[in-house]
Design a protein around this ligand. Structure first.
Ligand code: GDP
Ligand code: MG
Length: 163
């Protein structure tokens, strides 16, 4: 059975880093045309024996207009509607910001399944942010480090029953 995961969250939390880690070089759709904003990037993800489609809400980071919240919302809703599972990242080093709460609200209303992950969680500097993530009302956050590849076992454990 194949399933799809949308990685969502505000800019700079590590979505693309996680996407790259899960997809590696197996990128399905590549559009490197300069100046073209790619709103959603899709790839073939792997974690252990699991195979799935991953959707990265890329492109937002390059937006220069000031309507970011509305665009962010639309893009997230598209990703959420496309995917079986939403992997919601927060930055454990920064803690919970108002934008994170907006995402949490969208996900609570709209997503089929949500997995919450506190990223950048390597080291003690992230401890407070991981605890704070409980306040989003989305259950226990996975302690993740997309950059260092930590917490992927916990991610696997949460994905397995949904696969
Ligand atoms: P996106 O905007 O959500 O796609 O975030 P990116 O994947 O572009 O990452 C934003 C920044 O966070 C980059 O400088 C990454 O190297 C950094 N980053 C991503 N994951 C981690 C992590 O697990 N730990 C730390 N310390 N930095 C990370
Ligand atoms: Mg990105």
């Amino acid at each position: 059975m194949s399933f799809s995961i949308a990685i969502v969250g505000r800019p700079n939390v590590g979505k693309s880093t996680l996407f790259n880690r899960l997809v590696g070089k197996r990128l399905a759709l590549v559009d490197d045309t300069p100046g073209v904003t790619r709103d959603l990037r899709e790839g073939e993800g792997r974690l252990g024996d699991l195979r799935f489609t991953v959707i990265d809400t890329a492109g937002l980071e390059n937006e220069t207009d000031d309507s970011l919240p509305a665009r962010m919302r639309r893009l997230t809703e598209r990703g959420v509607d496309m995917a079986d599972i939403c992997l919601f990242l927060i930055d454990a080093r920064v803690g919970i910001l108002p934008d994170d709460e907006i995402f949490a609200e969208i996900l609570r209303k709209r997503a089929k399944h949500v997995i919450l992950a506190a990223n950048k969680a390597e080291g003690a500097a992230a401890d407070a942010g991981v605890i704070e993530a409980w306040s989003l009302g989305l259950g226990e956050p996975i302690r993740l480090s997309a950059e260092h590849g930590e917490g992927l076992n916990d991610l696997y454990s949460q994905l397995l029953p949904l696969a």
